[in-house]
Write a protein that binds this ligand. Structure first.
Ligand code: NAI
Ligand code: MG
Length: 347
């Protein structure tokens, strides 16, 4: 019997609902599998915890977190605590502290999802730099001026671009596209482009190109079928993947894997959406992004058959449409979707 130790950070708002349902799904998968189980350690770090303790996690939070096979996160942020405080003191320290420099974000129209676009051949991945760039947090603010720095190191830029090419090669894909803006960002993105050129020269069999981020946003809508692997900086990847998720019908459906490829630290899996205060407590959060993130986590843990089973049954629930949440046109709830999925897994 294999036991996986998972640290859970449900966080705030709908993050709590989707992680709770995620735990139920993991338990159903373990039961079906028979040879694996999960031990959960739920950490209450959130905006509510901040209001009580004056910090987003305890001083030894990273040590507590490190001791596991993977981390599952809901979403963090809630009115009452400024968003930059909650994000910068919990999520970003985990991503950088555990060197989760790859943020893997598949944008795939799963069977059963309906795209608002006419062309629904959507199946690509955005590989987002997750440890530096525009989110490095450096800068200064005075009454009259704010300066926000972006840091692009050779090491950080090269490793994410190389990861994108290696990923494409491993998946049997043929194209890597770099998101840039080197016409306006004359330091950071010119540097990014030059490293992209260096790396792509080492993959002669791979078709590679670059596009300015503004044009690329339009390209996402007009020609999603031409995309395979998009490599982007921290900010660009963040924005592009909310767009990508909207192309799948809802921001609630997309997953994200914060990966430490070397396996020195645990990786963290989460839906891409936030805590959605506008629907928190209503029980209608779409749990698809979380379930998909769990499938990514299972695959990383080496449990591919369980991941495939989960995705197969999730698509069946989406296709049937009876239990799905209102954001994708259904009349169901977070719990009804989970119940339908669990029934499918047991089935
Ligand atoms: P959001 O993703 O929470 O919500 C945007 C819109 O999408 C809202 O109308 C919401 O109701 C809807 N939505 C989001 N997830 C949904 C789901 N699963 N099912 C159905 N509808 C869903 O983004 P917003 O409003 O910009 O941020 C809210 C809070 O979340 C802020 O405090 C923000 O800082 C935080 N946030 C946290 C993230 C994280 O922990 N990774 C990521 C993004 C935002
Ligand atoms: Mg985002």
């Amino acid at each position: 019997m294999k036991t996986y130790r998972l640290n859970l950070i449900p966080g705030d708002g709908i993050g709590v609902d989707v992680v709770n349902e995620g735990v139920r799904v993991l338990e159903a998968l373990a039961e079906k599998h028979g040879g694996m189980k999960f031990s959960f350690n739920t950490l209450p770090w959130s905006c509510a915890w901040y209001l009580e303790h004056g910090k987003m996690m305890p001083d030894d939070g990273m040590e507590i977190l490190r001791d596991c096979d993977a981390i599952l996160l809901g979403a963090v942020g809630f009115p009452g605590v400024p968003d930059h405080v909650s994000l910068r003191n919990l999520l970003l320290p985990i991503r950088t502290g555990f060197d989760q420099y790859v943020n893997m974000r598949p944008i795939k129209l799963l069977p059963g999802l309906v795209s608002p676009l006419k062309d629904d051949r959507i199946d690509f991945v955005v590989i987002r730099e997750n440890s530096e760039g525009e989110y490095c947090g450096r800068g200064s603010t005075t009454k009259d001026k704010a300066v926000q720095e972006a840091i692009f190191t050779r090491k950080g830029t090269e490793r994410i671009i190389r990861y994108a090419f290696d990923y494409a090669a491993k998946q049997g894909l043929t194209k890597v596209l770099s998101a840039t803006k080197s016409n306006a960002l004359n330091h950071s993105m010119v540097f990014w482009d030059s490293i992209f050129d260096e790396v792509r020269a080492q993959y002669p069999g791979m078709e590679s190109s670059r596009m300015h981020i503004d044009a690329l946003a339009g390209f996402f809508i007009m020609h999603p079928e031409r995309l395979q692997v998009v490599v982007a900086s921290n900010l660009f990847g963040d924005i592009l993947t909310d767009l990508g998720s909207a192309m799948l019908g809802s921001i609630g459906v997309s997953p994200s894997g914060n990966i430490n490829p070397e396996g020195k630290y645990p990786s963290m899996f989460e839906p891409i959406h936030g805590s959605a205060p506008d629907i928190a407590g209503k029980g209608i959060a779409n749990p698809t992004g979380t379930f998909w993130a769990i499938a990514m986590m299972l695959e990383q843990l080496g449990e591919k058959p369980a991941a495939d089973l989960l995705m197969d049954r999730l698509c069946a629930v989406l296709k049937e449409g009876k239990a799905t949440t209102p954001d994708i046109g259904g009349k169901g709830t977070t719990t009804s979707m989970t119940d339908a999925l669990i029934a499918g897994i047991r089935g």
